[in-house]
Write a protein that binds this ligand. Structure first.
Ligand code: MG
Length: 184
């Protein structure tokens, strides 16, 4: 399952008011700006169900512009503004620092417990959002072409080793078995 499946899962969870998404390898490939049509459609359904969408990305410098352009595309397609939180919005802290996730919740006007984060990395996305007190997190299979070299050759192998210990499947095509509910 990818981010489309995660978006559909959120639609069925009444307590989840805000969906935050990692960008690279979660909604689209590395460095591209093309959000797949199936992902846009799932995000539109999410917005139609009354949910807010916020992109939470570790992009810095000129790369922030790319995140904002993708958010504009999503906003145009879904008919509602798509928020953006980058390190500059959270005292230059980067994921997995919970600060970025807390800023996302605050700007959306809800408590972290009313938020779900969807991301492809256990450490940056899942652990960070859980520490921020998000209601749930969804680990998705990395999507699209390309990858950051450090992520591909260092972080992903380490995360693969960590997955069984943290209750996640070893095989990425089985993501997610279920969303990990942080709240009761
Ligand atoms: Mg990612």
């Amino acid at each position: 399952m990818g981010s489309e499946g995660a978006a559909r899962w959120i639609v069925g969870e009444p307590w989840a008011r805000v969906a935050t998404f990692d960008l690279d390898k979660t909604l689209l490939g590395y460095r591209t700006e093309d959000v797949p049509a199936s992902v846009l459609a799932a995000l539109r359904d999410l917005v139609a169900s009354g949910r807010k969408i916020v992109l939470v990305s570790n992009a810095h410098g000129v790369r922030v512009n790319r995140v904002r352009r993708v958010a504009a595309t999503i906003g145009e397609y879904t008919g509602a503004p798509c928020g953006v939180v980058v390190p500059a919005d959270a005292g230059d802290k980067i994921k997995p620092d919970p600060g970025m996730f807390r800023v996302a919740a605050e700007r959306a006007g809800v408590e972290p417990t009313a938020c779900v984060h969807v991301g492809d990395q256990l450490f940056k996305d899942i652990w960070g959002a859980e520490r921020a007190g998000f209601g749930a997190t969804v680990l998705v299979r990395p999507t699209g072409d390309g990858d950051h070299l450090g992520v591909r050759y260092l972080q992903r192998p380490l995360e693969t080793l960590a997955r069984p210990w943290l209750g996640y499947p070893l095989v990425t095509r089985r993501f997610p078995v279920k969303a990990r509910l942080v709240r009761g």
